[in-house]
Design a protein around this ligand. Structure first.
Ligand code: ADP
Ligand code: MG
Length: 692
């Protein structure tokens, strides 16, 4: 007899072809069927009186045929009128056979299942499943009917039968599927055990609260959500353990080098920056790789913190690297680090995907032989052909664009002496604590919760685009007073090409409207050297107005820019708007952000823009964003893996997160439990992936 851990082909009737299809659903062994959960249910457990049926409802009905006609409309169809004691309804078939027509003669009793809709003759069901019945002695279904996510060539009855087989095996050998959640915890949240939950979800009894089940509020769903969240946490912690099992170079604080660096800065560090630096130097002094995330609002001064950390690595005779998600940002970091480090006698190298030919070879050689101590670039830095002499610290800026993969890949970059570099990850997306605990369970988190002094909060106004001429005048005025401005063109969901084209058109229009100003343009399709040239000119004050696409979103720093216009802000997420707006308000002059929307605004757009007007606090904005768009969007979770969760929902199940975290900590010591859960919820791939 087959058991739950057997390959799926051990089941009756599952051959290679079917196994292949099941494989597409992530079902490889028998127990996977149990965790392939229904996405919804049909209620075939009772007959619904026709008179109570509403459009959109799926139901089993039974009635007597009163008429059966072929009707000509736009499409020929067979129309069968049915009547029960409570009302009348029609079944409509666009494909039908003479035999069918024969069956449906007046007086026959038909039982049908399908979705009622408002049709030409009143309520209709198109192509119902049906059978002729002798009357109500034929039973309806005993359980709700599960509808599973499926794939081409695999129908629901087939999947249902397989799930039933798996449930049967579970009943005959319950110990094969251990329940690892402690009873105390289940009681606390009043959740059922694993086996009871699985039974209920695959086979809900007729008295189940189906709304609760569909909305994911049912204790059986929550029970499995708890387990799934736990599995995700455990797998992230696994990643952490694997990385930290490697040695890392113990780095000195490098105080004298840091002091020389600080002495040349025109400002002192904030208390928050100093506190976070303490946390970092503690990590760096230990022989295990640091895995630390810095959260700090836009403009909180993360780059300087990164530079200070890099100096520790350099003082320890290692190299440091900083990787940014876009070329523009990487180039800006390159300029900053050059300006900061070269006076200290430190060579800074630059590497990006677009760097070609001899320049690339030279950069790679300098990185490999250790001449380049500080390396700045895009993710090109961490490609296979780049070798470091001794990478001690890898800094990843604006983390939400990178994922666990890269984090793991970094292990191979330490090279010399087999040591793994310390990792410092920086993000401007502040997220609530419990969510952070889940999304970043593999990282320690530091928060820079203080902005440098002397910043005046950006004033934000929301203006309809018919007032564009006034806005243009505003730019003229600001620039005539020696300040600079951004004009951001957005076109979400359109191709990048269209976006760039729109920016070009806007640049042309503004050049004509503002002939006395120097207008520049930067967008994603320009060569990186062109982009860099424009950014340098803007930074140097040679350009007054910079028209840009959202490529300038992250990190760009030009303190003299004090006015930003954002076109079509209603199309962007709040966090993205906050990022964009963070490009102004970096100097001491009062800054303005004009959100130039296209009327009419939907209610939710109006709410969102109001949030932008009312606050500049990144944490509040992130919370609102979370409310409006949900955690997946906010975290950019494609990379974190949280988006692929099968049943857990970070928002709905938020109350479970804290417990899950504590449990993960306890369970981390039991590798078998961890292995079982990770395999169960993240699949074979995740198990293997942990071996990277
Ligand atoms: P972000 O955290 O958004 O990456 P940056 O590191 O780009 O912010 O810093 C924003 C600006 O603030 C930069 O011009 C930087 O030089 C400046 N800055 C950083 N720390 C301080 C500080 N302690 N006092 C004053 N200005 C600072
Ligand atoms: Mg930054």
């Amino acid at each position: 007899m087959s058991d739950l851990s057997a390959p799926i082909t051990a089941l009756k009737g599952v051959g290679e072809a079917l196994a292949l299809k099941l494989g597409r659903l992530g079902i490889e062994q028998v127990s996977d069927l149990l965790f392939h959960l229904p996405m919804r249910y049909q209620d075939r457990t009772r007959l619904t009186p026709i008179g109570l049926l509403r459009a959109g409802q799926e139901a089993v009905i039974e009635g007597e045929v009163t008429a059966c006609d072929v009707v000509k409309g736009r499409r020929r169809s067979l129309l069968v009128r049915l009547r029960d004691a409570s009302g009348i309804l029609s079944l409509r078939f666009f494909h039908f056979s003479p035999a069918q027509q024969q069956q449906m003669r007046s007086g026959a009793t038909v039982r049908a299942f399908g979705e009622a809709r408002a049709g030409a003759t009143g309520l209709e069901i198109y192509h119902p499943e049906y059978r002729l019945s002798g009357g109500s002695e034929t039973p309806v279904e005993e359980y709700f009917t599960p509808i599973y996510p499926t794939t081409e060539g695999l129908n629901q009855p087939r999947l249902r039968a397989l799930a039933q087989q798996a449930l049967g095996l579970l009943d005959s050998a319950p110990e094969a599927l251990p329940d690892v959640i402690p009873d105390a915890l289940l009681q606390r949240f009043q959740l059922p055990g694993l086996h009871a939950s699985l039974h209920l979800l695959h086979q809900p009894p007729p008295d189940v609260n189906i709304e609760q089940l569909t909305s994911g509020q049912h204790p059986a769903t929550r029970r499995l959500a708890l387990e799934e969240l736990l599995a995700h946490q455990l797998s992230l912690r696994e990643v952490r353990l694997r990385i930290q099992a490697d040695g890392a170079p113990t780095l000195p604080s490098g105080r004298s080098l840091q002091a020389r660096f600080l002495a040349q800065l025109p400002f002192a560090l904030t208390g928050a920056q100093r506190r976070v630096l303490e946390e970092i130097s503690h990590d760096l002094s230990r022989p295990a790789p640091m895995l630390r995330l810095i959260q700090g609002d836009v403009g909180s001064g993360k780059t300087v913190v990164a530079a200070m950390a890099a100096l520790s690595a350099l003082a320890g005779n290692c190299q440091a690297a900083i990787m940014a998600p876009t070329e523009i940002l990487a180039e800006q970091h390159y300029r900053s680090f050059k300006a900061w480090f070269e006076p200290l006698g430190i060579e800074v190298a630059w590497l990006a995907g677009k760097l070609k030919g001899k320049a690339r070879l030279d950069a790679k050689a300098a990185i490999a032989d250790g001449r380049a101590r500080m390396v700045v670039g895009t993710h090109a830095l961490f490609q296979d052909d780049v070798h470091f002499q001794c990478l001690g610290l890898a800094i990843i800026d604006e983390q939400h664009r990178f994922g666990v993969h890269q984090r793991l890949a970094l292990r191979e970059k330490g090279e010399a002496g087999g040591l793994t570099p310390h990792q410092l990850i920086m993000t401007a997306t502040p997220i609530p604590r419990t969510l952070a605990m889940s999304a970043y369970a593999d990282l320690d988190v530091s928060v820079i919760d203080e902005l440098p002094p002397g910043r005046t909060p950006v004033k934000t106004v929301v203006v309809p685009d018919e007032r564009r001429p006034e806005v243009v005048e505003r730019i003229r005025l600001a620039c005539s007073e020696g300040r600079q401005a951004y004009w951001v063109c957005t076109l979400i969901d359109e191709s990048e090409a269209l976006q760039c084209q729109a920016a070009e058109v806007t640049r042309d229009e503004l050049t004509i409207a503002l002939p006395e100003l120097a207008v520049g343009l930067v967008h994603g399709r320009m060569k990186s050297s062109e982009k860099a040239e424009v950014m340098t000119a803007f930074k140097a004050g040679e350009l007054d107005l910079l028209v840009a696409t959202t490529v300038i979103e992250v990190g760009v720093d030009v303190p003299n820019a004090s006015l930003m216009i954002i076109e079509n802000p209603e199309r962007l997420g709040l966090s993205q708007l906050h990022q964009l707006r963070g490009r102004v308000g970096r100097g001491s002059t009062e800054s303005f952000c004009v959100l130039l929307y296209h009327p009419p605004l939907s209610k939710s757009s109006r709410q969102r823009l109001a949030v932008m007007r009312e606050t500049t606090d990144g944490f509040r904005i992130a919370e609102k964003d979370l409310e409006i768009r949900g955690p997946g969007e906010v975290l950019g979770t494609r990379q974190t893996g949280l988006a692929q969760m099968k049943i857990a929902d970070l928002e709905r199940d938020a109350d479970l997160l804290e417990r899950v975290s504590a449990m993960a900590q306890t369970l981390q010591g039991s590798p078998d439990v961890t292995a079982v859960l990770v395999r169960r919820w993240l699949g074979e791939a995740a198990g293997r992936y942990g071996q990277v």
